[in-house]
Design a protein around this ligand. Sequence first.
Ligand code: UDP
Ligand code: MG
Length: 317
Amino acid sequence: MTEPRPAPAIAVVVPCYNEQAALPHTSARLIQLVDELVAAGLAASGSAIYFVDDGSRDRTWNVIAEIAARNPRCHGIKLSRNCGHQNALLSGLLTVPGDALISIDADLQDDVAAMKQMVAAYRAGAEIVYGVRSGRQSDSRFKRLTAEGYYRFAAAMGVRLVANHADYRLLSRRAVETLKEFKERNLFLRGLIPQLGFNSAIVYYERHERVAGESKYPLGRMLAFAFDGITSFSAVPLKLITLLGSLVAAGSFFIALWALWVRTFNAAAVPGWASTVVPLYFLGGIQLLSTGIIGQYLAKTYIETKARPRFTIDETI
Ligand code: UDP
Ligand code: MG
C-alpha cells in the first residue's frame, strides 16, 4: 500500500443558468459538505466553491454575489453571455485553482455526499473519479429507455462513454492540465474525459429530483446534445452511409435485371408506376439523410476552423 495523497484543496464548480430558485439550497448544502470535509482533515482549508453564471436572465448573478459576500469559501464567475452548460463548466475547470476539481449541477439532483467517496478515491490515486447513477428510478420510462438505447448506440459507433455518468465528476489538477490541451469547440465532456486516460475510479450515487426550478434541457436540446456526442467522437456514421449507398446500388442492379426479365418474357406486363415511384422516394430519402449527416460533420469542421473562444468571462468575485 502506498501512502494516500495529502488532503487536496478542493474546488467545486457549479454551472448555473437561471437557477435563482435552486441556488440558496445548493449553496447551503455545498458549504456544509466542504466545511465537513475540511473539518475532518479530508480537504485542505483553502477549499472553495465556484458558481459559474452562464448568462442567466433571472437574478442568478445577484444571488451568487450575495452568497459570495456572506461566505468566504464561495466565489462567482460571470460569463458574458449564455455559452451553454458544457462551456460554462469548462470555463470554471480551466480557470479556478485547486488540486481536485469537482463539477456538479446547480439543482442538487446529484448526491452531494458522494463527494466524500470521490475525494477518498482521489487520495487513493485516481486522477478522474466518475459519479455514476446507481439507478434511474427518478427518470420517466421514456428517458430510461432512450438513455439505455443511446449508450448502446454510442458504443456501437465506437464512442467511449461511462454509462449513467453525466457531469458529476472529480478531476485532479493533472487531468485538468491535460484537458487544457483539448481545444475543440464542439464540447462533449463526458466523451472527452475518458479519452484523457489516467487512473480512474467510479463512485455510485442516487439521483434525485431537481430541488427547485425546471430543467434547461428540453427534448430538442437533449437530442441535439446526444447527436453531438456521437459526431464529435466517431466517423462511423459516415462509413455507414457509404455502406448503405453500396448496398442500395447493388440492390438496384438486381432490380434492373428483374425489370428487364419481366419486360422481355412477360408480354402482359402493366407499365407500373409503383416500381418507379417507390425507389424514387426511397432513394430520395436516403440521399437527403446522407447529405444531412455529411453536412453535420462539415458544419463541425466549419465551427472548429473559426476557433472562436469557447467562453468569455465578464466578471469574477
Ligand atoms: N446549465 C448551464 N447553461 C445552460 C443550460 C444549463 O449552465 O445553457 C446548467 C444548469 O443550471 C444546471 C446544469 O447545467 O446546473 C444542468 O442542467 P439541467 O439540470 O437543467 O439539466 P437536466 O438535469 O434536466 O438534464
Ligand atoms: Mg438537472
